[in-house]
Design a protein around this ligand. Structure first.
Ligand code: SF4
Length: 392
């Protein structure tokens, strides 16, 4: 019997996946069978189940982070938008995404919508789809609309794959992603209860790896990681508990996540990579799979800035609810520069939080930010002030 993987081994594997801008894990999977194909998707949410059910590999495209020099990508965009689309174009123009047979562009914001048009012009041979995610949380309107969109997607993806999945296959993929979401939820729960056991740096690397490897492999590693950390907890430190809000699309550099933790904060909840847990309840695996998937999204979709908030006071009460659920002391609003969805929501979210006496700080980053001293000072002072004068 093989020895179980250690925490170090799993984190080293995840780091390798995260740092690999050639997407070697996906290429290796494709190389095992010439009939295999991969479909990319941009943040925030894409129905990965459908890609998987067609026998293809879903691959999250999160830009180049702080490791990619932007040479061609800047030529496509003005200076006053976020960094993500430039590095995605750079990845494409340098051939790093040439293993993909198609890319899905969710209706996250205008920038990603426009990027889908650029992609169609640059790669006319690829399947490119702008995925109009529903904004009405009602099964009669949003649910029916989304069911039709999912049907179109599965038909299109089936043509790309050369085989359209039947209901039984769709249910298997839905069940698999139920397991993925439940495992991510378990990781988040453990980090919230025992943040010294699962540092956010490690959790984040694991989740980034999960965006580029088959879900079956991610599940195996993630479950092994939970087991490994149970027998190998790290020492408990005197840190305040914070939640990070606004980092759902363009991702902060890993150095910024480490900086927040090392300056005296345990991150006990966040919206990093939130698309991987966007549906917050298990999707039913009987009946019509597309109806269940559609209705689960409209009824149990995560509350985030890229989805319309229907409750009149929703934006003002959300932070208090999150803080209470995570038993956190304060909020770090960390959003990409020029990110409309995050920065337009921030004043409402922050006002609601401060009205409840919740300590908050806010800053902006870019995926390629390289200097962390100013963040260290800000989050370190935040942590000290909560220790001195109390949190929420
Ligand atoms: S970082 Fe914000 S503005 Fe940029 S693509 Fe993502 S959601 Fe849109």
């Amino acid at each position: 019997m093989e020895a179980p993987l250690t925490r170090e081994e799993i984190v080293a594997w995840a780091r390798e996946c995260y740092e690999d801008l050639e997407f070697s894990a996906a290429r290796k999977w494709l190389a095992q069978d010439p009939a295999r194909k991969a479909i990319g998707f941009l943040p925030v949410y894409a129905p990965r189940e459908l890609i998987h059910a067609c026998g293809m590999l879903p691959v999250g495209i999160y830009g180049g982070g702080d490791q990619l020099e932007i040479i061609r990508g800047d030529a496509f965009y003005q200076s006053y938008i976020c960094h993500l689309p430039r590095s995605v174009v750079e990845l494409g123009q340098t051939g790093r995404l040439d293993f993909l047979s198609g890319v899905l562009f969710p209706s996250t914001c205008d920038v990603i919508r426009n990027l889908s048009g650029i992609w169609q012009l640059l790669s006319p041979e690829l399947y490119v789809r702008y995925v109009d995610v529903p904004q009405i949380r009602d099964v009669e309107t949003g649910g029916k609309f989304w069911r039709r969109e999912l049907q179109t997607l599965v038909d299109d993806l089936g043509r790309v794959a050369g085989k359209t999945p039947n209901d039984a296959v769709l249910r298997q993929s839905i069940a698999l992603y139920n397991d993925v979401r439940a495992t991510i939820s378990a990781l988040y729960r453990i980090r919230c209860d025992e943040p010294w056991r699962i540092p956010t740096e490690e959790l984040y690397l694991l989740l980034r790896a999960g965006e580029v490897v088959p879900p079956e492999e991610f599940l195996q590693r993630a479950k092994a990681y939970i087991e490994a950390t149970a027998s190998d907890p790290l020492p408990k430190k005197d840190r305040v508990r914070v939640i990070v809000v606004g980092a759902f699309c363009e991702q902060p550099p890993l150095g910024l996540i480490k900086t927040i933790e090392r300056s005296g904060c345990y991150i006990v909840d966040d919206d990093l990579l939130v698309g991987n847990r966007m549906i917050t309840q298990p999707v039913a695996t009987d009946g019509d799979p597309l109806t269940h998937l559609a209705n689960a999204f409209v009824e149990h979709g995560e509350r985030t800035s890229v989805l319309y908030e229907e409750r009149p006071e929703g934006k003002r009460t959300l932070m208090k609810e999150r803080i209470d659920a995570a038993k956190a002391d304060g909020i770090i609003f960390a959003a990409p520069s020029f990110c409309d969805p995050a920065l337009l929501d921030r004043p409402m979210l922050r006002a609601g939080a401060e009205a409840e006496g919740i300590p908050c700080i806010a800053f902006q980053y870019a995926e390629n930010t390289g200097q962390f001293q100013q963040f260290r000072e800000q989050t370190g002072t935040f942590s000290d002030s909560i220790k001195l004068w109390g949190g929420q």
